[in-house]
Design a protein around this ligand. Sequence first.
Ligand code: BES
Ligand code: ZN
Length: 605
Amino acid sequence: MPAPRDIHSYARPHETRVASLHLDLHVEFGARRIRGRASLALERSSGASSVVLDTRDLTIHRITDRDGAPLVFSLGSSHPILGAPLEVTLAPDVVEIHIDYETGPGAAALQWLAPAQTASRRQPFLYSQGQAILTRTWIPTQDSPGIRQTYTARITVPAGLTAVMSAESLTPQGVAVSEGRAFEFRLTRPVPPYLMAIAVGDLVFAPLGPRSGVYAEPATIEAAASEFVDVERMIAAAEQLLGPYQWGRYDVLVLPPSFPFGGMENPLVTFATPTILAGDRSLVSLIAHELAHSWSGNLVTNATWRDFWLNEGMTTYVESRIMEALAGPAHADMLHVLARRELIEEIRRLGGEASPDTVLHVNLEGRDPDDGATRIPYEKGAALMTLLEHTVGRPRFDAYLRGYFERHAFTSIVTDTFVDDLRHHLLAQEPAIEARIRLDEWIHQPGLPDNAVEPQSTQLSAVSAHAKAFAAGSAAAPLPTSAWTTQEWLHFLNELPATLSSAQLVDLDTTFHLSSRGNSEVLFAWLRIAIGHSYRPAMPAVERFLTSQGRRKFLRPLYEDLMATDWGAAEARRIYAIARPTYHAVAVNTLDQIVNAGAKAPAHE
Ligand code: BES
Ligand code: ZN
């Protein structure tokens, strides 16, 4: 199928497209660069006389054909978001090119961590984050989600370190070479380049099940293995719903705390933040989410970043079905209620029901695709799936989903392809059903349509009543919190009014030790309340949280909240100056716009 036009890539795949690549790369911690060779296998249409690749901040040393003869190439001028096109002139018979290159010191996909920034503090660490368009900062290829590629790799790292990639590992222990150790990988299924990923560090492995396990630093491995005991059951639940898992193994890699996302669905190995290691398995829905991407996202992929909601909306829906299978409907209901609040708040943050940024098929013309990564594609997308399920009934919707993944496996599709598929295979016989759903409005209009299914949770309704009573003046101590789950705590905190007294804040904090909570989500919710009420005793906890992890979901609101107060802006700038060098470029890019210290701070490395 021809790749659709992607405004975030320079590639012209209709002329020449990259079908597969082999990477022979050296990871140099001293120089903080990756250096080596990318060998690309090309598919050419007749008449094509060049191939255009995406690059950003790469130094290209030499490009040769299979016989080692140099090829003529030109690097265009560099755009701050898109980078620079690399055009290689091809003689008629050339279908393989070898690019000798190295990454720049500011390669945005890569974060190079000093030993002090890791859990074990003994070895340096490197990881990549490709989504959305950052793979071009470490691999010269056609970096568009509509251009699927297979890859193999040989990665050389210093002795004592282990390399992991989003691919089958062919040499789990590595092979000794003069520079250190070499690791080999192979991914035989074609994937979009944003799913090509690497991590290098002092990593150990613990099995979870026959086809699953966890990688982490030695200091974290035990906590990680215990937190994720249910992974094998999650895979079984997902297979039950969507059909066979197609990638062989499913492993989770726990990264150092600066990882800017909660999780990233790199094939065969989900990258995850250590902030979900709550100790009580209460935040593992994030793993269900990343696992769900093995179908929605990795098997069937958004062809352009406008179609991102296809990846995330479907995945958020499947995540909740997996959680329902594992933890029961009452738990899933709580997650729904919490998620709906996030959606409503996000719509407000983006400018309200009429904001164009609340459209599922969002317009990203002239923008960084990262701008589209709001809660909208996730929660509005999932709400559409839930509406479809409720309208046609679960058995029919489940049968449709399975068929959808079979029909489109290993392809990248645009929104219209999904809509056509839906009309053809689910809604065709009943135009009245489509009218009830208002499909076009859901996909192309802003806001949340009023036929969205309202989530309900009896468990959380009880908590709402307690929050009301506390707000009205009753004390914290008698609240029946001893059996509260993380989700009940979150709901309680969400339901508190914006007008608590200092005495009430002190009462909450001293009774429940909220400022010293180890659960990242509960701590985050509490710290937002503390900042909003200028409750200064929590400020050391705010600083600790902002300087001990780099997850953008937590950083952005906290810095925004601080900047919105008269006393907090200076605090935000002071803390940011300390923490900025420890954050990943993806987080820095967002935070520089919020904490206006960005201009004064040194360039991110
Ligand atoms: N694929 C996303 C992460 C992502 C999105 C990276 C856009 C870069 C650009 C991943 O699956 C995700 O959604 N992660 C969430 C967690 C999830 C449970 C909502 C996150 O990191 O917060
Ligand atoms: Zn996701």
